[in-house]
Write a protein that binds this ligand. Structure first.
Ligand SMILES: Cc1cc2nc3c(=O)[nH]c(=O)nc-3n(C[C@H](O)[C@H](O)[C@H](O)COP(=O)(O)O)c2cc1C
Length: 381
């Protein structure tokens, strides 16, 4: 399969599957327990239909939005994800460059494989730094200071990963960082020599956001131990309130799902929340962000920027979320499979397809601006 044959999410996923060793493909593609939430995330968009207006003079469409103080040329952004250089040797560099080219925002994960400073230099556009809450409060402060010095505009604290999700595909393959594959997993690498050669001939795999804090390279720490030993399951709203004050800028919480928590986020001074179940990778059986969106927008939408992610594969999915009141929509696997399939050109092709789909759908809906998209454009079945 070739890049110019990829017309949609499913094609990119297929191409990624051909290129990646099985354990890595399954790390991206997999989710928790029975993966019901993962499936539900995309299905949720089918619970409602679009009701278009016609004859509205839609020769020019403006799909830009402003979210958390950042002007985005399109209403989607690349949500932060871990370990991107495992998927393609350019990793975060490719995503930062592609997001910059399309005038949108992207996130660098604290488990990212390129430094947030380097990503900042590449993109030029708005950048999110995603981090977790560590037991070591000094480390939390250091991470914020480093992000500030690098010129990051938005801090994003992920609050749905206080412990690791049960990813059974990873258990089966033995996927772990550092690699501790079982025999079946090693065989899967052996049959993808092109990936293995690329991986071996590029710079050593690192987690530069954690350099000096966690020795991954030497094998002293694994990602699963990072989650169980270094993150603080005792964290509370008071701890986060202190962080928000210390940052003193755009700060959002990723993984909010209840109205109660959305109100608390407003109370402690957050400027954004992302409704998310982490792509179904954490609490299986949890509700999809799209299903929960209207309720939360109604409760806090006038006081905080509400975003969502999970299961977005089409421009029409984005339009449905915007019509319910989301300020912007996050993409995860939508750009990760193209990254794995073809690096930067892959991510650019996927973002271009998304841009074209949103533009076409806005025209067909009779909407010239995102503000014109409203609840009356949706009917739930
Ligand atoms: C391979 C992979 C790695 C991820 N790593 C992180 C991470 O380090 N931090 C984080 O907050 N979210 C992470 N996520 C979750 C995404 O940011 C996003 O919430 C999710 O992928 C959205 O669902 P979607 O993939 O269906 O679009 C990851 C998701 C995937 C698929």
């Amino acid at each position: 399969m070739r890049l110019n044959q990829c017309q949609n999410f499913h094609d990119f996923r297929r191409m990624a599957r051909q290129r990646l060793p099985g354990p890595i493909f399954n790390y991206i593609d997999g989710a928790a327990d029975d993966e019901t939430t993962y499936r539900r995330n995309t299905e949720a968009f089918e619970a409602c239909d679009l009701v278009p207006d016609v004859l509205r003079g839609v020769a020019d469409v403006d799909m830009s939005v402003t979210v958390m103080g950042q002007k985005l040329a399109m209403p989607v952004y690349c949500s932060p994800t871990a370990l991107q250089r495992l998927f393609h040797h350019d990793g975060e560099r490719a995503v930062a460059a592609a997001a910059g080219k399309f005038g949108t925002m992207f996130g660098v994960s604290s488990l990212g494989t390129v430094s947030l400073e380097e990503a900042r230099r590449i993109s030029g556009g708005p950048q999110v730094y995603q981090f977790y809450f560590h037991k070591d409060r000094g480390l939390n402060r250091d991470m914020m200071a480093r992000a500030k010095a690098a010129g990051v505009q938005v801090m994003m604290l992920t609050v749905d990963s206080i412990t690791g999700g049960n990813r059974e595909r990873d258990k089966r393959t033995g996927f772990a960082i550092p690699f501790r594959l079982n025999l079946a997993g090693i065989a899967q690498f052996a049959i993808k020599p092109a990936w293995a050669i690329n991986y071996a001939t590029h710079e050593r795999f690192r987690l530069p956001q954690l350099d000096g804090h966690v020795d991954m390279g030497g094998g002293a720490m694994s990602i699963s131990r990072y989650f169980t030993e270094m993150l603080d399951p005792a964290m509370t709203w008071d701890d986060v309130a202190a962080m928000v004050r210390e940052w003193g800028g755009q700060f959002c919480l990723k993984g909010i799902m209840s109205v109660e928590d959305a109100r608390r986020a407003v109370d402690i001074g957050c400027t954004g929340i992302v409704l998310s179940n982490h792509g179904g990778r954490q609490l299986d059986g949890s509700r999809s962000a799209f299903d929960q969106l209207a309720e939360i927008v109604d409760a806090v939408g006038d006081r905080i920027d509400v975003m969502m992610d999970g299961g977005v594969q089409r421009g029409t999915h984005v339009l449905k979320a915007l019509a319910l009141g989301a300020k912007a929509v996050g993409l995860g696997r939508y750009y990760l499979f193209p990254l794995a399939a073809a690096g930067r050109p892959g991510v650019e092709r996927a973002l271009e397809q998304m841009r074209v789909e949103i533009e076409r759908a806005m025209k067909l809906m009779g909407c010239r601006t995102v503000a014109e998209l409203q609840r009356r454009h949706l009917r739930f079945r």
